[in-house]
Design a protein around this ligand. Structure first.
Ligand code: CTP
Ligand code: K
Ligand code: MG
Length: 188
């Protein structure tokens, strides 16, 4: 029936969007687990507030990026069987695209901290909207810069729409879960 066909299509879009964004979703969570050590801004202030703050560290950024790239390589090995199982055409990630998604996600989050400090928000403060989408903007922005052909092929307007709706939901669920588990200091 048309309704079942439409349901299939939406399921395929969600699976594709989730798969394509996994290398961007995981880095920030890995950084929470790996964080600590020297802050990127070295403690420097600018216009009366920290440049980035103690929550953005070299170690968290490096480990987060590495985990995202390794995850993308693992997904490459699974793309064929997963595509067959789901009846979808799941993308693979060349190294530049994998790096762009992972490092871009970390950069988006770092950029958000810069904006939080400029707007008087202390480390850990919430910035609704920005918190849920900063890493998406960073990841997709860098992916388009690094490999526009790949990015345009994977992130079609429909996949993009699913990403923009799905990501905030996943972000809230993930962070509330991490907070409940005692892994994260704030539930956002
Ligand atoms: N983290 C890190 N390096 C990053 C990102 C995150 O070390 N590039 C770690 C830090 O320990 C940080 C924690 O992950 O405290 C949670 O990340 P996040 O919520 O993004 O940082 P906040 O501490 O809330 O700081 P901010 O207000 O600047 O977002
Ligand atoms: K954040
Ligand atoms: Mg935070």
């Amino acid at each position: 029936t048309p309704r079942a066909a439409r349901g299939d299509m939406i399921g395929t879009l969600v699976a594709t969007a989730f798969w394509a964004m996994l290398p961007a979703y995981v880095p920030n969570n890995a950084a929470v687990l790996a964080g600590g050590g020297r802050p990127i801004d070295g403690g420097r202030e600018w216009r009366g507030a920290r440049l980035l703050g103690d929550g953005k560290t070299w170690r968290g950024t490096a480990v987060g990026t590495l985990v995202g790239v390794l995850l993308a390589l693992a997904l490459n090995a699974l793309a064929d069987p997963a595509s067959a199982a789901l009846g979808a055409d799941l993308p693979t990630f060349a190294l530049p695209a994998a790096f762009a998604l992972a490092f871009g996600a970390m950069c988006g989050d770092i950029g958000a901290s810069f904006l939080k400090r400029r707007s008087g928000r202390e480390r850990g403060a919430a910035f609704p909207g920005l918190d849920q989408l900063d890493f998406v903007v960073g990841a997709l922005g860098l992916a388009f810069l690094v490999d526009a052909d790949w990015a345009l092929r994977v992130f079609t307007p429909r996949v993009l729409a699913v990403v923009l709706v799905m990501t905030p939901v996943l972000h809230v669920v993930t962070n509330v879960g991490a907070y409940a588990l005692g892994v994260k200091n704030e539930p956002w």
